[in-house]
Design a protein around this ligand. Structure first.
Ligand code: ASP
Length: 557
């Protein structure tokens, strides 16, 4: 029987007879002795075998041993069990391992063989960093549940097989044997949590799995986990304070001390100075506006610049690439310490640049202000990646408030919700409906940003039928479609739906930031790869003709 965990053995266990189970993390063979690092879920201990030569004792084989704890001649300060080792009396190979396809102990992020690691994810989870991430994930969920329970919130499960919830992504559809009828996997529990408010629940939360078929990025997966929250008879101040208390308590338990009040920033301010709705406030280099001074020089309406203090010309190609990828119109870099042109000397004077104070102006110009800002915002993010401007130990939470209600979707040639269509209007901006100035209509919505990532969004909800119908009308959702898609939900508006509000956070994003991971794949036990495929099970995959027949489906040739 297992008597101890490998990683927990220490000097207090000296002389104990122990029985251990684990995997061979490493093996070093000397003339008369073989040293093995035995790893279990708790960590590593060093084993010493006297004169063995067993071909089955390969790396990553599963092993059972009996032995005695003794003091090491030379302690290894890096290992918690580093002061001791175990002299093996007897052993049994429980399952010998074939040659492993990659180095499990390699903690290098972004390692080139990620696809191979995902194919053998069960081996990859033996990697200490991945396992630690997953343990942290467990603790995070546990502390979140404890917090909400203590504060009288109730966790509900909402359906996975249901109807489409509009969150701006494509749905994953599930065919059924009812001809032509599909379920849609939830993009969020949005409509159900609002119906729970109609059901008188008052305080709801859920650690919910949600599904969105959209372009993947390092912080996106087709299925991910949201901490979903909704409450009745509340307001923005209360929900902010609940979230601030929750993150302070939960992160505190995980060993991170944060400011318990989060700063707030207007959406408009974030766009103007950071060129993004999710600013990373851990470093400066904000965007300055020079439109009035230089628009004639550039022959464009808007001229904006980031003044930077390192030689960006070394990375010019990358910087230009990101600018134009974000639809920026015109970009140039001026070395202000030796500028000769009018713009360069004017900026050099303003910032007192010279041979002693090297400065570079990264200038973006264009006729669409938002596009120019976003392109420079993308450069600011890239500068942080290149020059490591932000302190990685900092956790900068930030509320973004005063959002516009609508965005114009050029592809669809119509206005769409910036958040989702259940968000309450900022009443005094409704007057812009009459003048068709939809961009000026504001929403009662808010985002929480952490270190430049959108951690969560939420809003005060519409709770009267007239306003909800008005919203659908603006979004050009016909009455018929309103009934077909949302009829079940709209019913509640006629039966005492209370005022309510809520928010949802992406749990993996928090974990990705806390663990400094390069991708959210590193905090998910069985993730999809960057192209959205599960390389372990090889899903998605084809189905048989019989299955297709059962579902009344046919694959087009
Ligand atoms: N359902 C929203 C989302 O997933 C969050 C919310 O409004 O509560 O972004």
């Amino acid at each position: 029987m297992k008597t101890n965990y490998c990683g927990k053995l220490n000097i207090n266990d000296l002389e104990s007879e122990v029985e251990l189970f684990g995997w061979i993390a490493n093996k070093r063979k000397f003339k008369n002795q073989t040293f093995v690092d035995l790893r279990d879920s708790s960590g590593i201990v060093q084993l010493v075998f006297n004169s063995i030569s067993d071909p089955l004792l390969t790396k990553e084989s599963c092993l059972q041993i009996k032995g005695k704890v003794v003091k090491r001649l030379e302690a290894n300060a890096e290992l918690p069990s580093g002061e001791i080792e175990v002299l093996v009396d007897s052993y049994k190979i429980l399952n010998s391992s074939k040659q492993i396809p990659f180095d499990i102990n390699d903690n290098k992020e972004n390692s080139a063989n990620e696809d191979l690691r995902l194919e053998y994810r069960f081996l990859d989870i033996r990697n200490e960093r991945i396992l630690q991430n997953l343990k942290l994930r467990h603790k995070l969920s546990l502390y979140i549940r404890n917090f909400f329970d203590k504060n009288n919130f109730i966790e509900f499960e909402t359906p996975i097989l249901a109807k489409s919830t509009p969150e701006g992504a494509r749905d994953y559809l599930v065919p059924t044997r009812k001809k032509g009828k599909f379920f849609a996997l939830p993009q969020s529990p949005q409509l159900f949590k609002q119906l729970l408010m109609a059901g008188g629940v008052e305080k709801y939360f859920q650690i919910a799995r949600v599904f969105r078929d959209e372009d993947l990025r390092k912080d996106r997966q087709p299925e991910f986990t949201q901490l979903d929250i909704e409450l009745s008879f509340s307001n923005q101040e209360e929900i902010f304070s609940i979230c601030e208390n929750m993150w302070t308590e939960v992160l505190g338990k995980l060993g991170y001390q944060i400011e318990s009040k989060f700063p707030r920033m207007d959406f408009g301010y974030a766009m103007k100075y950071y060129g993004t709705d999710k600013p990373d406030t851990r470093f400066e280099f904000l965007i300055n506006d020079y439109s009035a001074q230089f628009k004639d020089k550039f022959g464009m309406e808007f001229v904006k610049a980031i003044i930077f203090d390192q030689d960006v010309t070394l990375h010019l190609k990358k910087i230009e690439e990101i600018f134009y990828k974000n639809s920026g119109e015109f970009f140039e870099v001026l070395d202000l310490s030796c500028a000769t042109c009018h713009v360069g000397t004017a900026l050099a004077n303003e910032f007192e640049a010279g041979p002693q104070k090297k400065l570079y102006a990264l200038i973006g110009a264009g006729n669409d202000e938002q596009v120019t800002l976003k392109a420079l915002g993308a450069i600011r993010t890239l500068l942080n990646e290149i020059y490591q401007l932000a302190d990685p130990k900092k956790l900068n939470f930030l509320w973004i408030i005063n959002w516009p209600m609508f965005e114009f979707d050029k592809d669809e040639n119509k206005y769409v919700s910036a958040h989702h269509p259940f968000t309450q209007f900022e009443e005094d901006t409704l007057k812009y409906l009459e003048t068709n100035e939809y961009e000026k209509i504001k929403a009662k919505s808010y985002d929480l940003v952490l270190n430049g990532f959108e951690l969560g969004s939420g809003s005060i909800r519409i709770h009267d039928l007239k306003t909800q119908e008005l919203m659908f009308d603006i979004l050009k959702i016909s009455k018929k479609e309103q009934q077909e898609r949302f009829g079940f939900f709209l019913k509640a508006f006629s039966y005492g739906l209370p005022p309510h509000c809520g928010i949802a956070f992406g749990l993996e994003r928090v974990l990705m930031i806390l663990t400094n991971s390069a991708s959210i794949r590193d905090v998910i036990a069985f993730p999809k790869n960057a192209k959205g495929s599960d390389l372990l099970t090889l899903a998605p995959s084809e189905v048989t003709t019989e299955q297709l027949l059962e579902y009344n489906l046919e694959i087009k040739k």
